[in-house]
Design a protein around this ligand. Structure first.
Ligand SMILES: *Cc1c(COP(=O)(O)O)cnc(C)c1O
Length: 361
């Protein structure tokens, strides 16, 4: 299988090996040590402050999104949420379900957030800002420098969903004054699904202390308390956490987060340099390194491209759902992917040309 989906993604041999082992009991000093090392490496790779904390939840990325909303926001907040696709929409739904007062900035699919979009929200007493750094559904990378300037200027608490941006595009938790950063195990971390994590600034920790989240499983007060000794309140996805440890260690050994970012950047550039002559074009007007979204230009169904590559070539590109199902498909740059893998994909796409698969526009 050759997988260019945006999660789960291709794991390295060493991560796969950990996945094939027996899962150990976890209330031990050995496992605590693994967890404390995980915390330290994530904090470093997110370029976070020394006094920030990392908690690991058992649940996919959405669990961390919901935990961020219920533990760090309350009814006295007034939030801005960027909704430029299905993950922005998920944040908006969470704010609604949990009755956090909010206004949404709804963007056309594939479009970035601009200074003009932010201007009407200046000096209006907003207290929180939620954004998906890379809106993975369309591969749009938002301008975090601009967002961070805005939130700093307005004294706004910033929640950044970096599920597909962490380890693919630069992330500067401290410099950007981010309150909460969150990600999941099956995207650029390239492990099995099941774990999500949150990096919590001092301000986030203070909010968590003050706010009653009204939930037992996603209670971050408990998670922080247990985390002090490298433990979790309940049985975590131990196997996935051990994979994460192997993966983080390997990033560290290979030159740290910057080398990892450089690789994602190179893979995205390599793939994007080969797209001439096909009936699709890059859809995102501000492409993230994690994924390239491709819009069909000949009216042919994007979903059919996904299907034929899967069924006849054993290659998985990533289809889109909803309105974009027939218009857009995606090719990921997360996980254990190299130039030779993109060459295999290009060979398959060229073979489709030879076979007369592409329709005239
Ligand atoms: C994948 C993803 C999530 C989380 O999705 P899960 O299916 O719950 O893991 C959240 N935000 C973004 C931007 C994502 O790409």
């Amino acid at each position: 299988m050759l997988n260019f989906c945006v999660g789960p993604v291709m794991s390295s041999e060493e991560v796969l090996k950990v996945g094939g082992e027996q899962v150990p009991y976890f209330r031990t000093p050995e496992f605590s040590k693994v967890m404390l090392e995980n915390e330290k490496m994530v904090r470093e790779f997110a370029k976070a402050d020394e006094d920030s904390r990392v908690v690991f939840l058992t649940g996919s990325g959405t669990a961390a999104m919901e935990a961020a909303v219920i533990n760090t926001l309350c009814e006295e907040d007034k939030a801005i949420v960027v909704n430029g696709g299905s993950f922005g929409d998920r944040f908006e739904k969470l704010l609604k379900i949990h009755k956090i007062p909010h206004d949404a900035i709804r963007l056309e699919a594939g479009h970035p957030l601009t200074a003009e979009d932010l201007a009407p929200f200046e000096g209006k007493g907003y207290t929180a800002f939620l954004v998906n750094v890379d809106e993975t559904s369309t591969g749009v990378l938002y301008d975090m420098e601009m967002i961070s300037d805005f939130t700093k200027r307005n004294g706004i608490f910033l929640i950044a969903d970096a599920v597909s941006a962490f380890l693919t595009d630069p992330f500067e938790m401290k410099k950007w004054n981010v309150g909460v950063m969150l990600t999941g195990s099956q995207k650029a971390l390239a492990c099995a699904p099941g774990v999500s994590l949150l990096v919590l600034s001092k301000e986030a920790q203070e909010r968590i202390e003050r706010i009653d989240c009204g939930c037992m499983y996603l209670n971050l007060k408990d998670a922080l308390k247990n985390g002090e000794r490298g433990q979790t309140p309940f049985t975590p996805a131990v196997g996935t956490l051990l994979q994460i440890h192997a993966r983080l260690k390997s990033i560290e050994a290979k030159g740290g987060v910057d080398a990892e970012l450089e690789h994602a950047d190179q893979m995205a550039k390599y793939f994007r340099s080969k797209l001439a002559g096909f009936p699709f074009e890059i859809f995102s007007q501000s492409p993230a390194n994690g994924v390239t979204s491709l819009r069909m230009t000949n009216g042919q169904s994007a979903y059919d491209v996904f299907t034929i590559l899967k069924d006849e070539y054993g290659i998985w590109v990533c289809p889109n759902g909803g309105e974009l199902r027939d218009k857009v498909f995606r090719v990921g740059h997360m996980g254990d992917l190299h130039e030779k893998d993109y060459d295999i994909l290009m060979n398959a796409l060229n073979d489709l040309t030879k076979r007369g698969f592409w329709k005239e526009g």
